[in-house]
Every structure is written in C-alpha cells, then in structure tokens.
Design a protein. Structure first.
Length: 408
C-alpha cells in the first residue's frame, strides 16, 4: 500500500512495516504453518487444536516438550496457540456443565414471577368455562336424542320443517277451474271403464234394460234433489197441503207437474247462461222497490249462486292452500328464531367481548366497535414505532455513507 492511498498519512507511516500484499501474507502464513507442523506435530500429522492441546508432560518427542527450533516471535505464537486451545477446551467443558446444570435444575432455578402464577390461572379458568358449556349442553343433547328416538321419523320431520305445502292449482296458471277439469277427467274415465266392461262382458237385452232403468232412476233422484234445494224456501201452495191419508185429484197432479216443469226449465236456463249475472249491479239498480218475500229472496239467491259453485270451490281450495302455507312459514320462522337464540347463547358462552347474560345484537355491535377502536389504536402505535425505526435506520445509513465518502 502506498502512502498516497491512505487518508491518514501518520497511520500509514506507522503501519508501513506490517502492511504486506495479499500474496506475500499468504506465503508467510503457509511457511509459518509448515514450520509449526514440523516442530510441534510428529509423523507429518496435520496442525489442529488437538495437537496444540496435547499434554506436553507426557510427550515422547522432545520437540513437543520444548521446541528448541522456535525462537522469538514464533515461539510466542506457538504458546499463544496452545493457550488459545486450552482456553477453548475449558470453555467447551464449562458450557457443557452449564447446560447440564440448566436442564436438571431448570424449574428450581427459575425465579417465580407474577406471569408464571397468572398463566396457570387463566388456563384453569378457560377449562372451567368449557366444562360449564359441556354441562349445559349434555342434558339438552340427551333430551333431544330421547325425543328423536322415541318419535317417528315422519313426526320429527313435520316438527322441524312443518307439513308439506300443497302444489299450486292449475287455475292460477291456465285460468280454468280445476273442478271442471276433474269432472271431465272422471267422466272420461267412467266412459272408458264402461266401454272396457262392455267389451269384456257379454250382456243380454234384459240386463241392458235394467241398467237403463237404474240410470234413469238415479238421474231422476238427482234432479229432484237439485229442485228441492232451489225451491226449499218457496212458500207451499195451499192446494198442495194434503194430508197423508187423502187422495189426489187429476187437477192437483197437473198443477204439480206444471210447477215441476217450470222449475226445471228455469234451472236449465240458469245453467246454460254464457256469462254469470252481475248480482251487485242487479241489487244496486235504482228504481222503485217492491216488497219481496223470504221465499223469493231464497230462490233468487240460489239461482244467482249456482253459476259460481265451481269458482267458489276453487277459491275455497286456494284459501286452504294459502292457510297451510302460512302455517308452515310461521312454523319455519319459529324454528329459525329458536335456532338463532341457541346460536347467540352459545356464542355468548364462547366469546370474551360481551357479558355472559347478553342476548341482544346491539350489545354485540357496541363491543365490536370498541374492539375495533382498540385494535386500530394498537396498529397505529405499532406503525408509528416502525416509522421511527425506519427513520433511525435511514439516518444511520446516511452517516455511514458520509464516513465512507470521507475515508475514500
């Protein structure tokens, strides 16, 4: 190194005798190492800390006892190496002894602090809280299991989700009363059944005649029933009040038959109407009011209601369907509320943010906001600390760069 390369000329001048190039330092080190190996080790053994730490009192080689070939700095260097090896060996032995002593007496030598006493208490408290949760949950689980085992699967499903809702009617989709479609289907089915029965069985003329007579009797009874329903409220004719024991004359029978024909024709006309009459408009039409008897009002009501029978039946079925769906939804809502209550109770037992008796969501929101503020404050403090360390590191780097510039 030249004197001009060093920024401190006095220091360079004082160390000029000890400063050598790298290759010269390597040659000196190798020569010193070979000289020490020749005077300290025997039989070309490598120079290691084991050779330097050898017990020289028991050595057979006189060179190992007192290397006479080493004088001056080299002799001092050998003694320094031996002292370093002995110190390193003693250090390793003391380190092993301390490690053994620390592992054997770690619990006894550890000083008792408040944290060491506080952590076991926290663990015991957490175990006690979990045990209390299990104690409250086990009876509920046993009771629920006994109830589920004792009842049928169908009852358990109905209790959990409620009865199944009825499918929507076709009337809402197509605008056609379902009663009419069902009657048409039943009629087609009866016709096909009769046709099949007729094809498979052999009938005679007397059998067919008796079947026709029976069908005629059934049809007549049905028409009489319908006529009795319509004319149930009409006043009885005084001429028709005949005692059971009296005989009927021809004029009375003719009057009854004419009355029957008129009522039947009125029923047929009512059924064959293309559009149902507007009852509200009929009753709300202004005009001179005439006194109506109870008999006429019942007859008019029956005739007015007859075209609406199919629609009333469909409306009744829709109402029952809606009622069932409403009851099912109410039961589902009740089950959901009970499940939410159990979930909130379990979360209250497991959480440390709210009190054990808390069952309101507002208190959860308040505790969450407080926890959020605490977390934000802690994060801001950590961020400020980190920024301070970054600033300090930047200052140190600037100072180091300035020193390097001055030295160069």
């Amino acid at each position: 190194m030249a004197l001009n390369d060093c920024p401190l000329p006095d220091v360079a001048r004082a160390l000029e005798l000890y400063i050598r190039p790298r290759h010269e330092v390597t040659n000196i080190r190798n020569a010193l190492h070979a000289h020490l190996r020749d005077h300290v080790c025997e039989q070309d053994a490598p120079l290691t800390s084991v050779n330097l730490d050898f017990d020289h009192k028991q050595a057979k080689n006189p060179l190992l006892l007192s290397p006479s070939g080493l004088t001056g700095v080299r002799k001092a260097y050998v003694e320094a190496l031996r002292a370093h090896a002995a110190a390193w060996t003693e250090y390793e032995s003391m380190k092993r002894g301390l490690n053994q002593l620390g592992t054997s007496n770690e619990m006894s030598a550890r000083p008792k602090t408040m944290a060491s006493d506080f952590f076991p208490l926290l663990k015991q408290r957490e175990r006690r809280r979990k045990l209390r949760i299990l104690e409250r949950a086990i009876p509920q689980i046993n009771a629920e299991g006994e109830r589920v085992v004792s009842q049928r699967p169908e009852d358990a499903v109905d209790h959990k989700v409620g009865p199944l809702p009825l499918p929507p009617s076709n009337e809402a989709l197509h605008g056609v009363p379902t009663d009419v479609e069902e009657q048409i289907f039943q009629l087609k089915r009866a016709i096909l059944t009769c046709q099949k029965h007729k094809d498979t069985t052999k009938t005679t003329v007397p059998d067919e005649l008796s079947a026709l007579q029976q069908a005629h009797m059934l049809l007549t009874e049905w028409i009489e029933d319908q006529l009795s329903i319509i004319g149930a409220g009409e006043a009885d004719d005084p001429s028709s009040n005949v005692m059971p024991g009296e005989t009927l004359d021809i004029s009375h029978v003719e009057a009854m038959y004419e009355r029957y024909v008129a009522i039947r024709q009125r029923l047929i006309d009512t059924v064959n109407r293309t559009s149902p009459p507007d009852i509200s408009r009929e009753y709300q039409t202004p005009g001179p009011e005439r006194p109506t008897s109870a008999t006429d009002r019942v007859a008019v009501d029956a005739e007015a209601v007859l075209p609406y029978l199919s629609r009333l039946g469909a409306a009744k079925r829709r109402e029952e369907t809606a009622e069932r769906q409403r009851s099912q939804l109410r039961q589902v809502m009740e089950n959901g509320q009970s499940d939410n209550g159990r979930l909130v109770a379990r979360l209250v037992d497991e959480s440390h943010l709210v009190e054990p008796s808390t069952m309101k969501i507002d208190e959860w929101a308040t505790a969450a906001r407080e926890r959020e503020r605490t977390t934000e404050t802690m994060v801001r403090q950590q961020l400020q600390t980190g920024q301070a360390f970054i600033t300090q590191a930047d200052n140190l780097l600037e100072e180091r760069a300035h020193i390097n510039i001055v030295l160069n």
